[in-house]
Ligand binder design. Structure first.
Ligand SMILES: Cc1cc2nc3c(=O)[nH]c(=O)nc-3n(C[C@H](O)[C@H](O)[C@H](O)COP(=O)(O)OP(=O)(O)OC[C@H]3O[C@@H](n4cnc5c(N)ncnc54)[C@H](O)[C@@H]3O)c2cc1C
Length: 273
């Protein structure tokens, strides 16, 4: 328990959706070819960062950006610092390439352990490229923390002897919302409803130039090399392909009654209803 909140925000650089039509798949490894693609902060990770910045404004503390990505993603981390992160760690090593979600979570967990003590780890609920929503829950297990996904608000701080002991968070469910108490340290996976992320200001961009980005490789972490990379990943891709878009155009003529009944027949025939 502490007076201030020391927070780690896990941030994944993802290919900029504007250029997705240029994305290709490695035919042998069955992974996205990310080299040469412009990258941006995964959208929900902006919400995770914003939540951390709001907490820091309310309670004080530090916001550390943690990312596992190739070195060409440094500019994405610099943007997170311009938005308000205090410092950043980039985990980059050729041995990390090909890691599935379990191996990624394991590597992130070992880095978080090196950054301990911390009060909160914040993730986006899911990414726009892999989109498995597995990294947050797996990371919480590796760190032995309470993990809550679909978090849409940090509602309250609960204190013990003047120090922050736990949080009340609001979680989205299929039926509505659920308020839960979570003891710190904890991991929260954040959804879009949580907040409206701020953008970098001109002053923020200038200040980010002075902030530290450390690059850690496998030797900086206490890592079992048999649990990382393509060979250390239990997920084996049997196939990965771009969907083929087939469009068929047909003009249906007639009175509104004839056209609507024809349309219903066609929708049934296509198995869409
Ligand atoms: C066999 C295999 C090989 C792969 N090879 C590669 C590869 O070579 N290079 C590659 O980039 N990807 C690779 N991937 C994809 C990679 O495993 C996932 O992108 C990664 O594990 C995150 O999964 P996700 O996108 O589903 O994240 P989700 O679980 O949807 O992410 C949830 C949240 O976790 C956090 N998070 C996720 N990933 C990271 C990260 N890397 N750093 C910091 N925070 C993160 C973010 O806060 C994010 O919002 C491979 C996947 C497989 C199955």
């Amino acid at each position: 328990m502490r007076d201030e909140m020391r927070m780690i925000v896990c941030l994944k650089p993802v290919p900029d959706p504007k250029y997705w039509k240029n994305l290709t798949i490695d035919p042998v490894l069955k992974v996205l070819v990310r080299e040469g693609m412009p990258n941006v902060i995964n959208p929900l990770d902006r919400n995770a960062l914003e939540e951390a910045l709001i907490i820091k404004e309310r309670r004080g503390g530090e916001v550390i950006i943690l990312s596992m990505a190739p070195p060409f993603c440094l500019s994405v981390l610099r943007e997170a610092l311009a938005i308000g992160g205090d410092r950043a760690i980039l985990l980059s090593d050729r041995a990390f390439a090909g890691s599935d979600t379990l191996a990624t979570s394991y590597i992130l967990a070992e880095a978080a352990k090196r950054l301990a003590p911390f009060d909160l780890v914040l993730c986006g609920n899911e990414t726009i490229d892999g989109g498995t929503a597995q990294v947050g829950p797996q990371l919480s297990q590796f760190l032995g923390l309470e993990g809550i996904s679909f978090v849409c608000r940090v509602e309250e701080f609960l204190f013990e002897e003047g120090k922050i002991r736990s949080l009340i968070v609001r979680r989205k469910t299929d039926a509505g919302y659920l308020s839960m108490e979570v003891r710190l340290p904890a991991l929260l996976s954040v959804v879009k409803e949580a907040n409206i992320p701020r953008y970098a200001t001109f002053m923020g961009i200038l200040e980010a130039e002075k902030k530290e980005i450390q690059v850690w490789n496998g030797n900086d972490l206490n890592i079992d090399s048999s649990r990382i990379g393509l060979t250390g990943s239990p997920t084996k891709m049997s196939n990965l392909f771009m969907p083929e878009l087939k469009r068929k155009r047909e003009i249906v003529k007639g009175t509104p009654e004839v056209v609507s009944s024809l349309m219903i027949d066609k929708i049934h025939q296509a198995g869409l209803l």
